[in-house]
Design a protein around this ligand. Structure first.
Ligand SMILES: [Zn+2]
Length: 113
């Protein structure tokens, strides 16, 4: 797995959703990792791809605001992401450390209102 870290190999990963990105990142340099290079099962890769494809379904991109039920949608997406993160950690095992970085867009938006 390549990222921007000096040693070119990371053991600290995070799962985070973003538009047009791969779901796994280096937790040190924030480099987006090629999901193909991550040593996890094809089934889990496909689950992660589906998960990230749904990222932002709580956002109305045209109006730049959240949709009705946006907070609920974001919470569900975060719960799913958390479960997937556990699976990634399980498959990769020690010495990897995989954490989850939840989306806070809808919550922040609601608080600003
Ligand atoms: Zn890195």
């Amino acid at each position: 797995m390549r990222c921007l870290c000096k040693q070119k190999e990371t053991k600290e990963l995070k799962v985070e959703g973003d538009v047009g990105a791969d779901p796994i990142w280096c937790n040190r340099c924030n480099g987006n990792l090629e999901i193909e290079e991550v040593p996890i099962s094809l089934g889990l890769k496909s689950e992660l791809r589906k998960w990230i494809a749904n990222y932002g379904e709580w956002i109305d991109w045209d109006k730049d605001e959240i949709v009705t039920n946006g907070i609920k949608l974001e919470d569900e997406h975060n719960n799913q992401g958390y479960i997937l993160t556990k699976q990634v950690q399980k498959e990769m095992g020690i010495p990897y450390k995989v954490s989850f970085s939840p989306s806070t867009f809808a919550r922040r938006y609601a608080n600003e209102k």
